[in-house]
Design a protein around this ligand. Structure first.
Ligand code: ADP
Ligand code: MG
Length: 399
């Protein structure tokens, strides 16, 4: 897996380094609200500063769709980055990411200084992976460093185009993400269990399909468990369900059987007649769901079974919540499983990896994030990696 070029194998001293990060952080009233993503890339920035490179940082922010939108400016991030530098150097800012002004500002910089360029997505050419735009970005630098794993599934100019024009490598964050995934999943301690929840089978079909070939068991939860139950002939009432996927789901089940992979489905569920916060709900067996029931979560027995199954595995990979956890009382199984896996991991019983925006936010909200072996915040990129796809941004920095 370590077949990509690493930052520490590259000469950076007295070089201009174009560093692609993902500092697409939550902001409120023009201030950074959660600086997790900034803290994550600081080791790379600090390394480049300490080794006297001109550090040219580029990132996107939000979805301005190719037009300048001051609300999506990266300027408010300048103090947030500056505060975190060990040395008390200033972080410069360029009002655009291409153009003569940028070139001049960079020419005037000293080695060891940092400049942040304005939002890449103010230019439509970024998402189009435009050749000319990539050439302009590349013209400022001698070395390209990708430290944005969460963007590496997109063939954008700052991810792929630039990497094809300059000597390129992985930043420290990208390196750690790729190595963690390789160690814990590609060379996973067996038996391995995958837990897949979330809303829809359609968005995770190839994920489930790939995991069936790798994991010893696959537990299905969330809205997609409804689709599995429906495909197997159960009544799922008014629940979220993709009925048209019945054939595909039966194929998955058959493939699992021939691969000796156990598929774990709920045996009981939490149902309500009206889906709302603090809804009136009850637990019923999956065979007893009424026509006007809406399934919001796994039941107690299902959670208990899942807990026992988890204990029989050495590696757990989890994506997608088990229920509609944002709405009470449908948060029980997601939070319960997060606590259980956190506890077992902390006590050295297993390796646990979780990824996906919603499941990571659920794990955070019960404060067990630090107990998991590894949480990937990369969302779509993590999922595509798990699906077995070659990420274009990672392919572009291969040796
Ligand atoms: P992740 O971001 O972890 O990959 P997804 O985006 O696939 O997860 O799915 C998360 C969503 O699935 C949540 O908004 C959650 O409310 C929803 N969900 C889970 N179970 C159900 C259910 N039984 N009915 C409706 N929605 C559900
Ligand atoms: Mg999600």
């Amino acid at each position: 897996m370590s077949d990509f070029v690493k930052l520490k194998d590259c000469v950076v001293t007295n070089k201009n380094v174009l560093l692609r990060v993902d500092v697409n952080v939550p902001m409120k009233d023009g201030k950074v609200e959660d600086d997790t993503r900034i803290r994550a890339v600081m080791p790379t920035i600090q390394y480049l500063v300490d080794n006297k490179a001109k550090v040219i940082i580029v990132s996107h922010f939000g979805r301005p769709k190719g037009v300048v939108n001051k609300e999506m400016s990266l300027k408010p991030l300048v103090p947030a980055i500056e505060d975190k530098l060990a040395t008390d150097s200033k972080v410069l800012f360029a009002e655009d990411c291409v153009g003569n002004d940028v070139a001049q500002k960079i020419a005037d910089m000293n080695y060891g200084q940092v400049i942040l360029l304005e939002n890449l997505r103010f230019h439509k050419e970024e998402a189009d992976n435009d050749e000319g735009f990539a050439r302009k970005l590349a013209s400022y630098a001698n070395l390209y460093v990708n430290d944005a794993f969460s963007c590496s599934h997109r063939a954008h100019a700052s991810i792929v185009g630039v990497a094809n024009k300059l000597k390129s490598c992985a930043g420290l964050l990208l390196e750690s993400e790729l190595e963690n995934l390789a160690i814990h999943i590609e060379s996973a301690q067996k038996p391995m269990m995958a837990i897949i929840g979330g809303a829809k089978v359609s968005s995770k079909y190839s994920l489930i399909n790939n995991l069936i070939g790798k994991a010893d068991s696959v537990a299905i939860g969330g809205g997609m468990a409804n689709s599995f139950l429906y495909a197997l002939g159960h009544n799922i009432g008014q629940s979220l369900c993709e009925k048209d996927l019945k054939g595909d789901i039966l194929k998955i089940i058959a493939k699992a059987k021939s691969n000796n992979c156990e598929i774990i489905l709920p045996t009981d569920v939490v149902v309500t007649k009206k889906f709302e916060n603090n809804a009136k709900a009850q637990i019923v067996k999956v065979s007893q769901v009424a026509d006007d029931d809406i399934i919001g979560d796994l039941g107690k027995e299902s959670l208990k079974n899942l807990g026992s199954a988890v204990k029989n595995h050495k590696t757990i990979v989890w994506n997608g919540p088990l229920g509609a956890f944002e709405t009470k009382p449908f948060d029980n199984s997601t939070f319960g499983l997060a606590r259980a896996i956190g506890y077992l991991t902390k006590n050295g019983k297993m390796v646990s990896i979780a990824g996906g925006g919603d499941v990571v936010s659920a794990i955070n909200s019960v404060q067990v994030a630090s107990e998991f072996t590894y949480l990937s915040t990369a969302g779509g990129a993590f999922l595509e990696w798990l699906e077995g796809k070659d990420l274009p941004g990672v392919a572009a920095i291969k040796k």
